[in-house]
Design a protein around this ligand. Sequence first.
Ligand code: HBI
Ligand code: FE
Length: 290
Amino acid sequence: MADFQHVHEVPPEGANADWTIPQNWEAFNADNHRMWDRLFTRQSELLPGRAADAFLRGIDMLKLSNSGIPDYRELNARLEAATGWTVVAVPGLVPDAVFFDHLANRRFPAGNFIRSPLQMDYLQEPDIFHDVFGHVPMLTDPVFADYMVAYGKGGLRSLRFGALHHLARLYWYTVEFGLIEQPDGLRIYGAGIVSSYAESIFALDDPSPNRIDFDLVRIMRTHYRIDDFQQNYFVIPSLEFLLKVTLETDFAPLYANLKALPDIAVADIVPQDSIVTRGTQEFAASRNKK
Ligand code: HBI
Ligand code: FE
């Protein structure tokens, strides 16, 4: 995930100035590796026919089906050959500017811990399974790889405009919770979905959420939930489209316009929306009752 409170603004003891730490792969124990295998098996059985082709190709290309937590020395040899990206280990949350600087330089920061058996389905901070299984397969796709670089550069720029909250919504509704329209049907590619068993089903099959065609400004106006399944998903027509829009848009005037536009609440539909499926919002309503 990408939305947290930062406690530290300086790297912790033992971390480098850019917040990276050694993966120290040897330190993971048998329980840690078994946890990865359990999560990997559960997700990989679910994802054919649900996850985007680019994601499934990435899983194969990186040989993520090999048992245990991936050793970054091997993972990075494959990833770097594909798109020049590498994965670097970080202790957990890193400050926004540090995060964006890594992305702009084709480094993906991954939390260096794995969830406990009690956290199979929900955790607040991104662990290795979310970061590596969720994010890294898409980074083998050359178009998506370039999108993430553009996002990192744009993120650094957004800080100078005081517009991080707008750009963070783009990350949320694409990189974390994006859907894509493939010729053979709707697919998931967002890391927050593909790394979650329940949301991998919900995002595609449940009548509750809205599914709306991607619109950059609309997304940058839209609130999101960090505590439960999304009430809106945004659908891109292709990865090429996502990259092209991001590269060809001048964000500075958009940020200025956004200051004058009201935010859009999580489940609201606005007149200019091109709706793929209008949600019943029944799921969110049932959760709110509890
Ligand atoms: N740090 N480790 C880590 N992972 C993230 O996804 C992350 C982060 N710091 C900041 C951040 N995300 C957000 O600023 C952006 O995703 C918008
Ligand atoms: Fe994430």
